[in-house]
Design a protein around this ligand. Structure first.
Ligand code: AMP
Length: 466
C-alpha cells in the first residue's frame, strides 16, 4: 500500500491553464427572503441547527420548493414521497447550491447524502458535456464499500432523470467492471481512496474535470488511516473546485483537513456533535470556583505517598496554568512535572520518559502537548483542572484513561466560565450513560434560555493554548 500513488505527482496548479466554470446556482426565493431574522433563528433553534463561517451565510429553506431546484430535481424528490427537507438539507442545500465550500457535521440517517447529491446534480447539469476520454465532474469519496454502495443507490435514484451516469470504485472487487464503466464516461464517481488512486495511477481515469468534491464520513476515513491517500487525491484536483466535507464528529484531525483543503468554508452542525466518550471511563465532576481548585486537587490525589503509586494526567488550558499547578504540586511534595508548548523537544522527551517509567506520578499538560504524548499518555486517571475550550478536547482528554478495556476515572472541575459548553457536555454524558450533576443541567437550561448555542467545535472555534 505504501507505494500506492507514488507515481502521482503533485500538480502545480498555478502553472495550469484551466477553463472557468460556474458553481453558484442559488437563487433565494421570495418567501425565504421575506422571513425576519427572528424567524430564521427560531427555525434553526427548533431543529438544533448551528451555522458558522464567513458571511453571508444563506438562510435555511423550510420546504422543498424554496430551494429553487430545477423542476426535474424537484419532481424526483416529491416522487420519492418525502414530505419536507431534513434539517441538514434545509440549511445545507442553500449553502451548497451557492457554490460555497462546506463542512457538514451530521450522521448517517440525517439525510446528508441527498444534501450533497442534489446540488451535485445541479452542478453537473450546468457544466459542458463530457467529451470522450474525460474523467468525472463530481467525486464522492467514502471510507467503505458499504457507504459507497449506499451513495450509489441515491445517485441512481436521483440522477437518472437527467441521464447522469455514475460508477462506484472500491477495493476487494475485480477492477475490470469498474474500468469498463469509466471507459463509457461517467459524470459521478463514488470511490474509496485506495481503488481510486490505483485506477487513476494506471491511467483508467483522471481527475482533471472534477469541480465538485465531497469527502463523506471524513472522521472515519482518517480513523481508517486514509489521510495520505486523501491528500494524494485532492492534490490532483483543481483548487478552485467546490469542496464539501461531511463528518459525524469534529476532532482536530478533521479540522486540519478542512483547513488545508477547503476555502472560506461554511459550517453547519445539526444536533449535538455526537461525540462519544469511552464508556470505560467514570466521569466525575466538581462544580466549583477557581479558588476551590487547589484543595480539591490535593484531595483527589491523596497524600504525596499515595499519589506516588499512580499515574495521573492533569490538564490545564494554558501554559502558565500548567506551570503554576506544577509548582504548587512540587511544593506540596508531589513528584510532578509539566509539559507544554514552551518546553523544548529534549525536555519534553525526558518528561515523557519520566512519566512512562513512573518516576513522575503527576504530569500537568496542555491539550496541544498531550497530543504529542502518544501511547505514553495512558494514565490511571485524568483530572481536568480547567475545562477545555471545546468538547472534542474534553472527550480526547478523558480517553487518556480507561484504555485497552481497563476502567478509568476522569475528574473534572467545572466553573461558570464553561457554562456555554454545558449542553454539549450533557450530550456526551448522556450518551455514555453517566450521571449529570444538577448544577451543570441548570447551567445548560440557563444558557438555552439565553438564546445562542455556541458549538465550541465550530469553524474558528477557540483553541486551547499549548
Ligand atoms: P442518509 O443520512 O443520507 O444516509 O439518509 C437516510 C435515509 O433518509 C435515506 O434512505 C434517504 O433516502 C432518506 N431521506 C433523505 N432525505 C429525506 C427527506 N427529506 N425525507 C425523508 N427521508 C429522506
Amino acid at each position: 500500500m505504501s507505494q500506492l500513488g507514488a507515481n502521482l505527482v503533485k500538480i502545480d496548479w498555478a502553472r495550469e491553464q484551466v477553463p472557468r466554470f460556474e458553481k453558484n446556482f442559488y437563487v433565494q426565493s421570495a418567501v425565504v427572503k421575506g422571513r425576519s431574522e427572528g424567524e430564521v433563528e427560531a427555525f434553526r433553534r427548533k431543529w438544533a441547527i448551528t451555522v458558522d463561517g464567513p458571511k453571508p451565510i444563506p438562510r435555511p429553506i423550510e420546504k422543498f420548493q424554496e430551494a429553487n431546484f430545477p423542476s426535474y430535481v424537484l419532481k424526483e424528490i416529491l416522487g420519492a414521497g418525502f414530505t419536507k427537507p431534513t434539517p441538514i438539507q434545509s440549511q445545507g442545500w442553500p449553502m451548497a447550491l451557492s457554490g460555497r465550500d462546506l463542512v457538514g457535521i451530521a450522521e448517517t440517517g440525517s439525510g446528508k447524502t441527498l444534501a450533497y447529491i442534489l446540488p451535485a446534480i445541479v452542478h453537473i447539469n450546468a457544466q459542458p458535456l463530457l467529451r470522450p476520454g474525460e474523467g468525472p465532474i463530481v467525486l464522492l469519496l467514502a471510507p467503505t464499500r458499504e457507504l459507497a454502495g449506499q451513495i450509489k443507490e441515491e445517485c441512481d435514484k436521483f440522477g437518472s432523470s437527467s441521464k447522469l451516469k455514475n460508477v462506484c470504485l472500491y477495493g476487494g472487487a475485480p477492477r475490470q467492471k469498474q474500468i469498463n464503466a469509466l471507459r463509457g464516461g461517467v459524470e459521478i464517481c463514488i470511490a474509496t481512496p485506495g481503488r481510486l488512486i490505483d485506477l487513476v495511477e494506471s491511467g483508467y481515469t483522471n481527475l482533471k474535470r472534477i469541480t465538485y468534491l465531497v469527502m463523506d464520513e471524513a472522521d472515519r476515513m482518517l480513523d481508517m488511516g486514509f489521510e495520505p491517500q486523501i491528500r494524494k487525491i485532492v492534490d490532483q484536483i483543481r483548487p478552485d473546485r467546490q469542496t464539501l466535507m461531511w463528518s459525524a464528529t469534529w476532532p482536530k484531525e478533521v479540522q486540519n483537513l478542512a483547513h488545508d483543503y477547503l476555502k472560506d468554508y461554511l459550517q453547519v452542525n445539526v444536533g449535538s456533535l455526537s461525540l462519544s466518550a469511552s464508556h470505560n471511563v467514570r466521569q466525575l465532576f466538581e462544580v466549583c470556583t477557581n479558588y476551590e481548585k487547589r484543595p480539591k486537587l490535593l484531595r483527589i490525589l491523596g497524600t504525596p505517598h499515595q499519589a506516588h503509586h499512580t499515574k495521573v494526567l492533569v490538564f490545564t488550558s494554558t501554559k502558565r496554568m500548567a506551570d503554576e499547578v506544577n509548582d504548587y504540586l512540587q511544593q506540596s511534595g508531589y513528584r510532578s512535572l509539566a509539559i507544554h508548548g514552551d518546553k523544548g523537544q529534549n525536555e519534553r522527551d525526558w518528561t515523557m520518559d519520566q512519566f512512562k517509567k513512573g518516576s513522575c506520578a503527576v504530569l500537568v499538560a496542555t491539550d496541544v502537548a498531550a497530543r504529542g504524548l502518544g501511547e505514553f499518555g495512558a494514565s490511571d486517571y485524568v483530572i481536568n483542572y480547567d475545562f477545555p475550550n471545546n468538547i472534542e478536547d474534553y472527550v480526547h482528554r478523558i480517553g487518556r484513561t480507561g484504555r485497552a478495556g481497563a476502567h478509568g476515572t476522569a475528574y473534572t472541575f467545572f466553573t461558570d466560565a464553561s457554562a456555554r459548553l454545558a449542553r454539549q457536555l450533557i450530550a456526551v454524558l448522556d450518551e455514555a450513560r453517566q450521571d449529570v450533576p444538577r448544577e451543570i443541567r441548570d447551567m445548560a437550561n440557563h444558557e438555552r434560555g439565553g438564546g445562542t448555542v455556541n458549538h465550541g467545535g465550530g469553524a474558528g472555534g477557540a483553541r486551547a493554548g499549548g
